[in-house]
Design a protein around this ligand. Sequence first.
Ligand SMILES: C[S@@+](CC[C@H](N)C(=O)[O-])C[C@H]1O[C@@H](n2cnc3c(N)ncnc32)[C@H](O)[C@@H]1O
Length: 287
Amino acid sequence: MPDGPKPPPGAARIVDLLDAGQEHLAGSVEQPRREAALLLGEVLGLAEAQLYARADDDVPEQAAVSYGQLVRRRADRVPMAYLLGRREFYGRTFAVDPRVLIPRPETEHLVESALNCIGDGAWVLDVGTGSGCIAVTLALERPDSRIVATDLSPGALAVAAANCREHGVGDRVRLVRADLLAALRPGVFDVVVSNPPYVDVGEWPSLMPEIRDHEPPEALFAGDGLAFYRRLFAAGSFLHAGQRLLVEIGKGQLDAARELAEQGGFEEEWVVADLAGIPRVLGLTGS
Ligand SMILES: C[S@@+](CC[C@H](N)C(=O)[O-])C[C@H]1O[C@@H](n2cnc3c(N)ncnc32)[C@H](O)[C@@H]1O
């Protein structure tokens, strides 16, 4: 296995592969042992505790090869979620691949806020749905609601469609390829949610390699970071009086996002901070 984890010669035992994987990942990731165990567990279909209980078991050669490939890719800083093909969000598992942003825990605050204002039979729009994690969660948590979810990326819409099917909401979430709000009728939606791209392109060099080199740029970057909000808030007449717009915002963007929202004719209803105290959700009402 050139350039990969090197277990001792002969049949490799679980513990040998864990040691070799840990050694290979050291210097690349923060928790090399833990991540090696996650990858070996994935290949063998075993939980971490089971790996240690069976530490002396031999690993079939093909499984050892697959594990070696995963370890090499992780050492190249491919995100664990892409290697496993899944990520937890709001207590459920979503399929992910490099066509979509990996759902973030802070986006659960956006979901919480949306749930607080989705009434019976509400029409909800999720702009920039990516993996569909927000749309699917809202559909499952509010079974009476009707959801439309848009994205500009066909790849993202394919992943979202798979997640909708997997979670049994394929008939309740309508996926639409659209640039922002284009092709959608104004005044229809009671609640519009969006976790848009909001990273300043100037931050590209300072991002972690997992994000910078592997997540889709169209899901991350928005000019100076505010470009998406500028367009979204300028389309203020899309929402009638009383209809809600909830957006996730990036660290340090609250003041600028507020100002743009005000210019677009929105009234600010609330701001929700994440667990680190960073303002993350801006709740607005159309006027
Ligand atoms: C930050 S990701 C959010 C994905 C998902 N909603 C989440 O919270 O994990 C932003 C998404 O917006 C999409 N997007 C970017 N520009 C867009 C546009 N002009 N119109 C619609 N979607 C867009 C990207 O393809 C990406 O899937």
